[in-house]
Structure formats: C-alpha cells, structure tokens
Write a protein of this length. Structure first.
Length: 284
C-alpha cells in the first residue's frame, strides 16, 4: 500500500508522454523518412530540369522569379519555395498533423496511452507540438538543401529581383528565413484541419486526405474572382504574400493580414480538436 501511495502522490501530468519520447517515435516512422527524402531530393530534380532545359528565359519579355532561378543559390532557393509552397509543402503538414492521433487509434494503442495514465489534453499537446515541429523542420529542410545545391551549381551571390534590383546575400538570407516562417504560419490552417480530423477518425488517410482536399478547395475558391472581397477571408488568398518580402522595398500588409487570418482559423480548429477529444469515447 505504501508503494502505491508513493506512486500516486508523486504523479505529475507534465511528466507523462515527454516530448522527446514522442519525437523519437515520430522520427523513426517510415513516413517521416520518406517525406524528408522527397523534400531533400526536390532541389536536385529542379537542378536536373534546368540543366536539361537550359537556362530559363523570359517569355514575351516578361521576367518572372522562375527566370532568375539560375542567377544564384539564393534565387534557386526562392524558386524552390515558390514551386512547392502551393501544394508540396501542404503534404508534410497534413501528414504529420493528420496522422498523429488517428494512427494511434488505428493501431488500437490510443486507449492504452490514456490508461498509462496520460491526460487527454497532455496527449494532444505532446502530439501537436511534435507534429508542428516536424512540419517546420520540413519547411526548413527544403530551402536549406536548395540553397546548398544552388550555391554549388550557380554560385553564392545576391538575390536577383525579377522586377529589377537585387538583395545582398545577408539581406537575402534574412528575407528567405522570413519567407519560410510566413509559409509555416500560412500552413497552420491545414495543420488545424488535419489535427481536428485526426481526433475525429480512426483512419489516418482520411484525416490527411481530408485536410489536403479542403486546402485544395480553398485554393479553388480563391480563384473564383466573382467572390470579390470575400476571398480576403480565405487563407489561400494570402499564401503567396511572402513574395512582397523579397523586394527591394518590402510590403508587409499582405503578410500581416495573411498571418492574422491563418492564426485565427488555426486557433479555432485546434480548440475544436481539444474540445471534441475531451468528450470522445475512446474505444480503440
């Protein structure tokens, strides 16, 4: 009896399911390794594409960011972010956040974690923190690899602006870091959708696919110009606002509005996930 009493009196919720334990578990999973490999290989794929197709040239006299891809390593990194921000970077966010709780349910291990005992809120906080951390790591991995590959192939130099002018290497590095941070914030809506769906279903693919599908729907709606100013309330409307940061004279209003919209949606979705999970009957 004394042993049981000591264990009960020393029990602290913050010591249950430590973040390092959850992080190691997620890092060892095959889907984490595969996603990391895909993002790490993308710069090499684009490098080969530019080598086969030759240097990008302007079309109809209009120079775009893609046309400056081979100007420097910084330009190559910016192009990698541009081609992947709309869809490719959505995948790791939806995967890490949508698979995290639903996979435990599909393995019938969720009830055993809660019986450990791990409080439900603690379980969700640990899983959400690790999922967001892995999502951010994925977004950092791509431009870092792209910068290294681009520098080796095209040299270290200033970031050439398509509209004219250039950013020195120090400023360009800071702006690219800011760009990654904004893309991560803009993807918090997808993270919220995936995490909420993950607490609602025992099928990881359903949570991941649902989040990706709803994100695509948001992009489609943003393309409907008939919606007018209603599009301002769509997170997809601001996903490329980071382009204003890689200008000689950056404009911050679009990024500020996009950040406010994304964080608002994300907080609502995360709150729904915690509220629903706290009342859910765990049978798997």
């Amino acid at each position: 009896m004394s042993t049981l009493t000591e264990v009960a009196s020393g029990y602290q919720t913050r010591h249950t399911l430590p973040l390092r334990v959850e992080l190691v578990r997620q890092l060892k999973r095959r889907r984490t390794l595969v996603m990391g490999a895909i993002l790490g290989l993308l710069p090499f794929v684009l490098l080969i594409a530019f080598a086969i197709g030759g240097d990008p040239s302007s079309r109809n006299g209009r120079i775009t960011l893609m046309d400056t891809a081979t100007a420097s390593g910084a330009n190559f990194a910016a192009v990698n972010l541009f081609v992947s921000a709309g869809f490719l970077l959505v995948i790791p966010v939806a995967l890490f956040c949508g698979d995290t709780v639903a996979s435990e349910a599909s393995w019938s291990s969720l009830r055993y974690l809660l019986a450990a005992p791990v409080p439900r809120a603690r379980l969700l906080w640990s899983k959400l923190t690790v999922a967001l951390g892995l999502s951010l790591a994925a977004m950092i991995l791509l431009p870092v690899v792209a910068l290294a590959v681009g520098t080796a192939a095209y040299g270290w130099g200033p970031l050439q602006i398509p509209t004219g002018g250039a950013l020195d290497t120090g400023t360009a590095t800071q702006r690219l870091a800011l760009t990654v941070a904004y893309i991560f914030v803009s993807q918090l809506v997808t993270a919220g959708l995936a995490f909420w769906l993950s607490t609602k279903t025992d099928a990881p693919l359903g949570a991941v696919g649902g989040a990706v599908g709803l994100t695509i729907v948001g992009n489609v709606l943003d393309a409907v110009t008939a919606l007018g100013h209603w599009r301002d309330f769509l997170p997809a409307h601001w996903q490329f606002a980071w382009a204003d940061a890689v200008q000689p004279h950056p404009e911050w209003s679009g990024m500020i509005q996009g950040t406010a919209i994304s964080i608002t949606y994300a907080l609502v979705l995360f709150a729904l996930a915690f509220r629903g999970f706290s009342r859910k009957d765990i049978v798997s």
